[in-house]
Each structure stands twice: as C-alpha cells, then as structure tokens.
Ligand binder design. Sequence first.
Ligand code: ZN
Length: 680
Amino acid sequence: MKKITLFFMTVLLMACGVEKETTPKIENFNYTVDKFADIEILRYRVPDFEKLSLKQKELIYYLNQAALEGRDILFDQNNKYNLLVRRTLEAVYVNYTGDRESADFKRMTTYLKQVWMGNGIHHHYSEDKFVPEFSEKFLAQAIRSVEPHCNVCLLPGEKIDDLIAKLEPIIFDPTVFPKGTNQEDGVDLIKTSGVNFYEGVTEKEVEDFYAKMKNPNDSTPISFGLNSKLVKENGLLVEKTYKVGGLYGEAIIKIVGWLRKAAEVAENNTQKDVINTLISHYETGSLKTYDEYSIKWVQDLASDIDFVNGFTETYGDPLGMKGSWESLVNFKNIEATKRTEIISSNAQWFEDNSPIDPTFKKEKVKGVSAKVITATILAGDCYPSTPIGINLPNSNWIRHEYGSKSVTIENITEAYDQASLGNGFAEEFMWSEVERERAKKFASMTNNLHTDLHECLGHGSGKLLPGVDPDALKAYGSTIEEARADLFGLYYMGDPKIIELGLLPDKEAYKAEYYQYIMNGLMTQMTRVQPGKNIEEAHMRNRQLIAAWAFEKGKADNVIEIKVRDGETFVVVNDYEKLRTLFGQLLAIIQQIKSTGNFEAGKNIVETYGVKVNKSLHAEVLERYKKLNLAPYRGFVNPVYSLITDKHGKVTDVSISYDENYIDQNLRYSKEYSSLPTFN
Ligand code: ZN
C-alpha cells in the first residue's frame, strides 16, 4: 500500500493499525466548513507557516500554484464528460435568477458539491455514480435560462438543446457510466469503467499492447502507460501522452510555468535539480525521465520543503497502470520529526528490553525514521479527500535500490481530531468524565506516539527462526503481524522510558491510549461491520484479538469490566498496570507464533478472539452510532495564499488565510485554474 487513506469514520482515525481520537481543543479555529450528502468538509491549519523564511514561503507559493493548475486534468481523467457536467452546473449555480430557495435548486447545489468532492460524477470512495435528486425538467429550464453562460460547453455547431440532450443521460441515467473504476471480477473492466484512460479498446487489447512493450529481462523497467491515454485510431492503438504539446498540454504548460518559478527559489541545488527534472518529464512525456526524477526526489532528504506533483497513483485505473494526477506540497514538521528520530535512535534499547523470548530478538535493529510533515496544499487526487500519509515512489525497482519516503501529515490528522471534538461520540461511548477528560488531554499525543512506535519499531522488531517460511501463517499472517506491531507500541506506551525520553509529558497519559484501544477493540470498531457479518479486515481482527484476549485473561483480577448503565453497554478499565502486563504477555505469545511460523497456533488465536462479533452488542453499538448522525466521509478546503509585493513588484511576504468556504473555493478554482477545453 503506497497511500495511507482515511476514508471512513469520523472519530476513529485509522493509520496503519492505529486509531485516533480526541485532543485539546484549539480555540478560535473553525474546523467544520460544510456538510452535505454523506460528506463533511473540514479546513486544516498550517502551523508555523509564518516561521518559514521568505524564500521558503515563496517556494511553497509557486509549488501550490503548480498544484492547483492540475485540477481539470483529474476531472477529465475520471470521465470524459466531467468537465462538461461541472462547467454547466457551475454556470447555472452562478447565474440562475429563478428561485434559488426551491427544492430543485438546492438539490442541484448538493449534487454540484458532490461532483466537486468526487472530481466528477462518481463517488470518490464507492466509485458509484451520484444519484441526482433534482428533476431533468428543472435542469433543462435552468440551463436554458442561463444560455449565454453555457457557450464554453458547446462544441462547434451545437445548440443549447444539444447540450441538454447530451447531459441528461450522463447525469440522470443510472445505466450510463454506473461506475467510475470497476473492479468486479469476470467483466471487461475497461468497458464497464467510466474512467477516461482508454477509449475504443478492450481489456484484452490493452493487455496485449503493454505486454509487447515489456522486456522480462529489464531490471529497471519504466512505468508503462503511466502518463497516457490509450485509444484506437483508424484501427490502430495509439498512446496519447500527457505532456506539453500533448494531451492536457494546456494545463501542463501552466504547471511547468509555476515549477520554473519554484526552481528559481529552490532551497538548494539538489532540490532545483529535482524540480528541473520534473519539468523535463512534463515537456517530453518521457517515463525514463520520470524515473530519473523519482530517484532524485527520493534522495532529497535535506530540503525542508517537499512536494508531490504528477501522474502518480494508479488506483483509478482498473488495470492499475494509468496515473491519476495529484499534488501535495508540504514542509517538514521539525518538532514532530524529532519524535520519530528519538524513537529510531533508541531502537536497540526497545528491542533489548522487549518482553519476548530472547531467542526471537534481533541482535541489531534499525528503526525506520519517518518524516512528519505539514501540508500546505492538497490538489488533484489529494483534494478534497486526502491521505493522512504517503509512501512514494511507486516504482518497485526504485524503491528497492533507492528506498522510499514515508511521511505522515500531522496537520491533517489534527483537523480530523479537532473536528471530532464535541460530535457526541465520546459522550455516547466512554464510561465517564474521567476517561473523556484524559482523552481530551492526551489522546491526540498518545495516538501519534502509538502510530510512531507501531511503524518505526513494531514492524521491524523480532526475527524469524532460521528456516521459517515468512508466509507460514498464510491468511492469518497480516493479523498476527499487525497485532505484534500494535502490542509493541502498547506495551512501551506505559514504560517509564517514554517519559524519560520526553515522548510523553505525563505518566498518566498512556491510559488514554489504553482505554481507547480496549473500548474500540471490544465495542466501537463494530460500527464499521455490517449487521450479521463477522470481522474480516486484518487491522480490525488484530484490535479485537488484543482487546478480547486481555479482557478474558484479566477476568480473575477484574482488569477490564463490561458495565451496563440504563440498558447501554460500556467498557471500564480498572487496572491499567495489570493491563500493561497482559499486553506484554500477549506480545510474547504473538512473537513466538510469528518467529516459529506456527500456523495452527496463529489460526487458533485469531479465530478464537479476533473474528466473531457478539451479535446483540453489535446491534446495540450500530443503533447508538446511528443516532449520532455522523458523516462517514470527509474532505477539505485549502487555505488561501497571496503574494504580497512592494511598489516595485518585489515579493515581501506570502499571506495565508483560512476563511474561504467550500463553494467559493471550488468556484474560484474553476475560474482561476481551468485551462483545459471541455473535451480533450
Ligand atoms: Zn501496521
């Protein structure tokens, strides 16, 4: 997995294996911007932007501009009619002089907001086509009423009625482009997907086309097909490359223009070279140059400012070859990165003191140092829905030979945490004010620390005995592995060493993580399981396994208790120190299973504790969760950046403001960063 996404839930945030909750409330910043359909739109802060040097701010400004110029590309990649739909509806929204309070107009507005959120007519997560709740009749008369503003959407010779006739099936007919990216087995994935990476070709033709290009003996293959659309012209298959002078050239030349400005104010020569190599890739469309760029990019560790800009992730292509355009600009969060560096530099101490059998310990262990970053702009496939962590580049041989950069985006998780305060979740599910207060004070900190311990140390700790097959645990392997990493983090959260290293400020803090982990594992994560189903996903299995095992083994000492108040079930932790001991014991058991590749033992412990849900408790949790009426998906608006210049036009500062709302931002982006024709 190259991208850590947060697609579901509102209060509990998932990073690989770890869930996040509340944090001390930051005053005077309004995180929630908008709410519609199944979406909540948030804004995020960019802490310490003001502390950057003028040159760094200027660099960020130009990279941000380069990011925003690619928005139309993604719309067109997602479906060839997306720009037509967006532009027509925006023309209606802006210019309509009829009753703007009517149900139809409001429903059309909701639909337009969904189109912005999905970067097209399909849901960003489910890939299902949006269902409009306004009528075809309304749309037809509304379009006619703003006719002159729709000219940009008309092809030569077309009249307004042609436009209406073209739009109706695209918006209203559920059988036309029912899916964005279709992953269903046994059908032609290209014919049944609405995405615009291919035209007039079958899945078989695409496969043959690229199979012929590949040389099995090439140890440094380019990412075939990454930056092109494959079409059939006069019976021949042709790649239309995304580049200056090629497909999407009008937008790419703008991106390049801003990148040139960025190169002029780069922090150092390495970074300048990275940017110039990317420009050269955009100019030539060469994927060899793209690999050169990726190698230079992954090796640039000294710069504070960093960015992703290009045809990157391939999840949008049902065949996993074509890159969706995305951009994210960021700078290093120096304080938080220190935290991961402290953990990594003490990796050997943690390994030596871990409560597992010494024969399973690594003699020499190296912690992974992940960078913590602050995002300044989200764009393309990272907007409005965004990952909370990124690991790039994707090319396997480059990862193998040059490594990858792994980042977590802390100002985004902060926004998720903050927006969840006061949404009623803690009030509904936590036992008392004691647990809630502790969570408010410490949970954000302990969540971040648990993620770091899990990622930087947990996965890398321990070793297999000689001759043990790494795949011996088969289908139970990932649950056992995630449990190992989680337990490693949980066990050490409560260790005095953590206070000594300055990773937590208070010896009570770990209790926030423990309570939340047990409550989630025994109860609240069931909100994500369909009624009547058992737990399938590995991270969820691991969490229930740990919580249910600790509950059972601690019964004699009443470590964890299930209490019922007014017919509602709650989890109570009575003895946090004993709970830590239990985590240590379970870590030893799980490590033994892993180190010896004991399939039967692995299967047994996962099936006993991690899979089956208590049906009546499940029903109760779903019912209580539903009452809270929380939006399952979240997106973001970006801050607004402006160049401040003196009377000679010299840049003196870059300002940042957070007051733009979702509608204004999207309309502005469509006006200022929309260089592509409606049909490409
Ligand atoms: Zn993990």
